[in-house]
Design a protein around this ligand. Structure first.
Ligand code: KIV
Length: 294
């Protein structure tokens, strides 16, 4: 590892807040969101002027190797939120409330949302669900914590719904619109629409005053979000059709790891340029001392 530390590059833009997101929607300017799970990904994404860093509970799958997001705990979320906050300067920081941290009572939801802010240094929280979550959203927002909703494909409900696009019948589309209107009324600052037909997502985006952030929801949303490891080609256990790979980094990383292992085995690494020297006179004095002749 390099002995030099890299400070997060200074951004010239001003701090992004939930109010900035609303201004973006009102001005018709698309919002950019990406997941981040650690200091380095936060430095890179914030340095690329991405508007929102989402510490998604997808970290359970792409970082921790769990089968689904259902196993992610509050303590794990806080650990990763803190790392992301250390790497970010101007992006808005949103942390996911994990499974069962908000579904039991609104009071417990508020306590856990508060922990993501006070311990994890997030600036907003995201939770999954529509009409059923309205009272909980209201409780959290009333305490001064911005909430981002999430409807459509909700990965914490994988055991009930699977990883399937939602809202593909007239009845299901109506339910999704009702969910979106309910979370807006409850006080959400924005809402993620995941795996929803593009025409429905565009319609919901027009009906709502708050911004919609799409993932697998077409071009008519007010912004887009992707999972960091998916868009960089680092995670291939699941590849939903809505993922665009902007890079395929797994292969070059593995090539580099193979080269390193080969060079260690054939002793061509480390070379002289990676090695510290001791002056000859010091070395000779050391050897003499070893002989007990000093
Ligand atoms: O956890 C996550 O990464 C998410 C995004 C897919 C929106 O919720």
């Amino acid at each position: 590892m390099s002995t030099q530390t890299t400070a997060a590059p200074k951004s010239t833009r001003s701090k992004i807040t939930v109010r900035t997101l609303q201004q973006r929607k009102d001005a018709g300017q698309p919002i950019t969101m990406i997941t981040a799970y650690d200091y380095t990904s936060a430095v890179l994404a914030d340095g690329a002027d991405i508007d929102v860093l989402l510490v998604g509970d997808s970290l359970g799958m792409v970082v921790l190797g769990y089968e689904s997001t259902v196993q992610v705990t509050m303590d794990e979320m806080i650990h990763h939120c803190k790392a992301v906050a250390r790497g970010s300067r101007t992006s808005l920081l949103v942390g996911d409330l994990p499974f069962l941290s908000y579904q039991i009572t609104p009071e417990e939801a508020l306590r856990n949302a508060g922990r993501l802010l006070s311990e994890g240094h997030m600036e907003a929280v995201k939770l999954e669900g529509g009409i059923a979550m309205a009272a909980t959203i209201e409780r959290i927002v009333t305490a001064g914590i911005p909430v981002v909703g999430h409807i459509g494909l909700t990965p914490q409900s994988v055991n009930l719904l699977g990883y399937r696009a939602q809202g593909r019948t007239a009845k299901a589309a109506r339910r999704l619109l009702d969910d979106a209107l309910a979370v807006e009324r409850a006080g959400c600052s924005a809402i993620v629409l995941e795996a929803v037909p593009d025409r429905l997502a565009a319609h919901i985006s027009q009906q709502l005053t708050i911004p919609t952030i799409g993932i697998g929801a077409g071009n008519g949303c007010d912004g887009q979000v992707l999972v960091y490891h998916d868009m960089l080609g680092l995670f291939d256990r699941m590849q939903p059709r809505f993922v665009k790979q902007y890079a395929t980094l797994a292969a070059p990383i593995q090539d580099a790891l193979r080269s390193y292992a080969r060079e260690v085995r054939d002793r061509s690494f480390p070379g002289a340029e990676h090695t510290y020297a001791i002056p000859d006179d010091e070395w000779n004095a050391f050897l003499t001392g070893l002989d007990g002749e000093e």
